[in-house]
Structure formats: C-alpha cells, structure tokens
Design a binder for this molecule. Structure first.
Ligand SMILES: Nc1ncnc2c1ncn2[C@@H]1O[C@H](COP(=O)(O)OP(=O)(O)OP(=O)(O)O)[C@@H](O)[C@H]1O
Length: 277
C-alpha cells in the first residue's frame, strides 16, 4: 500500500506530503500524500486532464506548489539552499513523452550531453559511459546514428539512455509507451523493469496504458478528475477488482461507468435504429 504512514515518516524513497496542485485559483488536485518505495515502480494514473503531468512536473522541479512538500530520501526538493536543490535535481532522470532528443545531434552526443554539462569527465570517459548506457538499453554501437534514423521504440530507448546518463536514483517517465505498438511497448516495459532491478532505480511513471500499468506497477495512485483528489492507492491488479470507487474499477477494467454498473448479461446500450436514422 502506498498510503503515507504519518506516525512513522519513511526516511527513504520519495515522499509527497499534502501537495495541492493549482493553476491560479483553479485546483487540479487537492492534498496528495503518497510514498514511492526505493527501487520500485510507482505509476500515476487517471483519465485525461486529471493532473498526472502537472504532478510529474512538480516532482521533477519544473514547478513548485504553494502548498505541500516533496522529499527524496529525506531531502526536501524545494529547499532554499540552491546548491542542495541542484544536487538533488542531478539525481533525477526524466524521459519526456516526446523523448526530447536533439535532432541535430547523434545518439551518442545526445546521451553524452548531460555528462558534458554536469561532470568533469574526459572525452574518453564520456565515450565509455555513453557506450555503457546505450548497451544497458539495448542500443549498443548505435552512437553515430541520428535520432531520425531510429524507430519510435529505439528513440525511447535512446531517451532512456540519456535519462540515466548521470546515474540518477529516481527516474521519471512521462507516458513512456505513447505512440508505440503493443509489442514494442511490451519490450519497453521489460526494459523499464530491468533498469529498476539492475540500477536499483525508483521509477515514477505517468501513464494511462492499461497493459503497461498491469505489467510494470509495483504500486500506484489514481487521480480522480471529478473530486480532484487521489481516490485509490495500491497494486493496480488488486484495485481492478477491489477499489472502493467505481470510477477506479471502471478505469482499470476499461469500462464506461454506465457499463460497469449495468447488470451482468445486459447488452450494450446502442440507440434504436429509428433514433439514428
Ligand atoms: N499551464 C497550465 N495552465 C493552466 N491550466 C493548465 C496548465 N497545464 C494544464 N492545465 C490544466 O490542468 C489540468 C490537468 O492537466 P494535466 O495535463 O496535468 O492532465 P493529465 O492528466 O496529464 O492529462 P493527459 O493525460 O491528457 O496528458 C487540465 O484541466 C489542464 O487543462
């Protein structure tokens, strides 16, 4: 269960506490509290517009909330100590939905860029690191190719290699399987789980792709679009059957709420032919 234990604050992993997300006076989500365990995959799910990307943007420090707090292994993200904040940002890797690879740079240059910008490694050391990270994501020897020469799945892998270039402890994924066919998406899911295990990464993924959710999630939170609150936490496989809220069960069983509450054996509600003509 991911619900925050307020009596014994966990000192490891990512802790989100009473976080309210808003644009101006419009609240997107109220008082979110949850715990991402170290070396686990935590999925943020919910229907379009519920605030998944907004939450992710706050967790990677692109935005700061007026209310609430986020800590990584006990360290506050929104500290006023700039050096501490930068150091923490460096421990966070991000794969954006678009992959955000630079189209004018080779794959190797893309993966090496964070190392060039944020470390004092020599050119040879950077080359070694790039080769190692590309091998980890199944792209060994692809350094000199341009992003446009890669398939969608390979671009995601290259984006992942860049996201882990600085050996982060926390990896954020924004809709990782968006735009991929089911087989490529499945392979990406396996890679994400392998990276969690091999690098002991805490992975936080935003997605509404059910096959991915059921495959990769160790734990999850469901952001509700109507109440603007998190209305379910836990293993999505269990939530699909046992979630208290019908909207969560409907989402995880890919049903419309009407259909999920209709009696078993009822047919779908198509309008009568005469109503359509
Ligand atoms: N920069 C912004 N300014 C004002 N409102 C915004 C801004 N970005 C998002 N919103 C609004 O905040 C709400 C949540 O948006 P968000 O993109 O976080 O949802 P989401 O769950 O990620 O959706 P999707 O799955 O479609 O990407 C939406 O109502 C959206 O219109």
């Amino acid at each position: 269960m991911a619900v925050l234990d307020r009596t014994r604050p966990p000192d490891s992993g990512v802790v989100v506490r009473d976080l309210t997300l808003a644009y101006g006076s419009t609240v997107v989500q109220h008082e979110l509290s949850f715990h991402v365990r170290p070396a686990s995959i935590f999925v943020i799910m919910g229907v379009s517009g519920c605030g998944k990307s907004t939450l992710l943007r706050h967790m990677i420090d692109l935005e700061q909330a007026a209310q609430g707090d986020i800590t990584f292994d006990g360290q506050r993200l929104w500290t006023e100590n700039v050096a501490e904040r930068r150091a923490l940002q460096r421990r966070i890797g991000v794969l954006f939905q678009s992959t955000a690879l630079w189209s004018s740079m080779t794959v190797g240059e893309n993966v090496g860029l964070p190392l060039q910008l944020h470390t004092r490694l020599s050119a040879a050391e950077i080359r070694d690191q790039v080769a190692f990270k590309l091998a980890l994501v199944g792209l060994a020897g692809q350094e000199s190719r341009m992003p446009s020469e890669l398939s969608g799945g390979m671009q995601k892998r290259a984006g992942l290699a860049r996201a882990i270039a600085l050996d982060p402890d926390y990896l954020f994924l924004d809709e990782p399987s968006a735009g991929l066919d089911p087989i490529t998406s499945q392979r990406l899911d396996s890679l994400i789980m392998n990276l969690r295990d091999a690098l002991q990464l805490s992975v936080i993924a935003v997605t509404h792709e059910l096959p991915s959710i059921f495959t990769i999630a160790d734990d999850s939170i469901y952001l509700d679009n109507e109440s603007r609150r998190a209305i379910a936490h836990g293993d999505p496989r269990a939530l699909a059957d046992n979630a208290e809220h019908a909207r969560v069960r409907a989402f995880l069983n890919r049903q419309s709420l009407d259909a999920s509450t209709r009696a078993e054996g009822d047919g779908p509600e198509f309008p009568a032919r005469s109503e359509v003509l």
